[in-house]
Design a protein. Structure first.
Length: 195
């Protein structure tokens, strides 16, 4: 699974903005953690200043790359709403990562897959109904990258006991995912970062 910095990475790449993508080895984490603003990853260093919070970094990257509306407050609100709701979907899954008991973790995941996640995906699908083109707005935006990240998370197979095809029945979600996955810069990024 790509993680919370992926939307920022994709936004910078789509915008053609060069950046250094530094991945932290697990063994380096204990020493690095106390030096970070909130003792967490991801972080973004800009002109020697270290910034944290994945949504703030994604919006910054979106502004730089033209993927975040600067002149239309309602469109910016729409993008923020969708990005934040995709974060809510991730947060619904996070407790399963932390559960140590395998049987409890399995039950939690199965319950999420049967109830909460379909409910959340149905709400997202309904909110996307107003989008008429390939993307949420007239062109690719951070919201689309966020939706792409959510679908990718489920499709990765990384989430135990949550079906990889969970999103497949949501036509608008999948249409946006497909459009983003075919964007030339996303194709280029994915080719360069195959696991």
């Amino acid at each position: 699974m790509a993680g919370r910095a992926e939307t920022t990475r994709l936004a910078l790449h789509v915008g053609g903005i060069p950046f250094e993508d530094e991945r932290i080895a697990r063994e380096a984490w204990p020493e690095l953690k106390p030096t970070l603003p909130y003792k967490q990853l991801p972080v973004l260093t800009v002109d020697g200043q270290v910034f944290s919070q994945s949504h703030a970094m994604a919006r910054y990257a979106g502004v730089l790359s033209g993927l975040y509306p600067k002149d239309n407050a309602v469109d910016a609100l729409r993008v923020d709403e969708l990005c934040d709701f995709n974060e809510d979907i991730l947060l619904a899954v996070v407790p399963t990562f932390r559960e140590q008991d395998a049987e409890k973790r399995k039950a939690m995941s199965e319950d999420l897959a049967a109830n909460k996640l379909p409910e959340m995906l149905a709400m997202l699908e309904a909110r996307l109904a107003a989008s008429k083109g390939l993307y949420v707005l007239d062109s690719i935006s951070l919201a689309d990258l966020s939706i792409y990240g959510t679908v990718s998370m489920f499709q990765s197979g990384w989430l135990e006991n949550i079906p990889t095809d969970l999103c497949d029945k949501y036509a608008k979600i999948m249409a946006i995912y497909d459009a983003v996955s075919k964007h030339p810069k996303i194709v280029e990024w994915n080719e360069a970062h195959k696991k």
